[in-house]
Design a protein around this ligand. Sequence first.
Ligand code: 5GP
Ligand code: MG
Ligand code: MG
Length: 189
Amino acid sequence: MVKGDKINDIIDHKLFSEDDIHEMCVRLGKQLTEDYAGKRPLVVGALKGAIYFLTDLTRQMDVAHQLDFLDVSSYGDGFESTGKIKVVTDMSADVKDRDVLIVEDIVDTGLTLKFMKDLIKKRGAKSVKCCAMLNKEACREVDVDVDYYGSKVGNEFVVGFGLDFLNMYRNIPYVGVLKPEVIQKYVNK
Ligand code: 5GP
Ligand code: MG
Ligand code: MG
């Protein structure tokens, strides 16, 4: 039974704890510090899900960088990508000749990331890479490189640390799996 929408009522089990995610950020931050040494990358957060991961990750990067955001969404807000992608809110920076690092919450089919990388390349960026918190590698439908990622994850729907269900639950401080009854509660509405 779903009593309310308190975290303990809706989460079935935890997959990545706050400590796990902190470790990912430390490891990735160190790598990005090396790889971007001497460059001044433009870090582009994919709204809205990436903001929680981005603030932790960039604080582990000892590289002068600038920050921008891009909101690219597939139509609808259910569980799966529809494949049709549009720019909801564009970046403000000019990416021409910039080293761009896209920060994502999760890469699933790869359609969203491919759309973003193609857009930024088309606008003349010098390089475009992606650092994602999670990588659903087995779910890929298009060929796109996730250049850096925190962990692989299987084909299950995860929430928390930025990841949403119907634009809710992003604030859960870890990544977990929803109880099936929570999904059922909304699916039939
Ligand atoms: P893709 O275009 O790679 O299929 O999907 C990317 C987007 O789908 C992600 O940025 C995320 O918003 C959403 N997504 C994919 N898998 C999950 C998941 O397991 N949980 C949540 N909350 N969102 C997901
Ligand atoms: Mg996303
Ligand atoms: Mg979403």
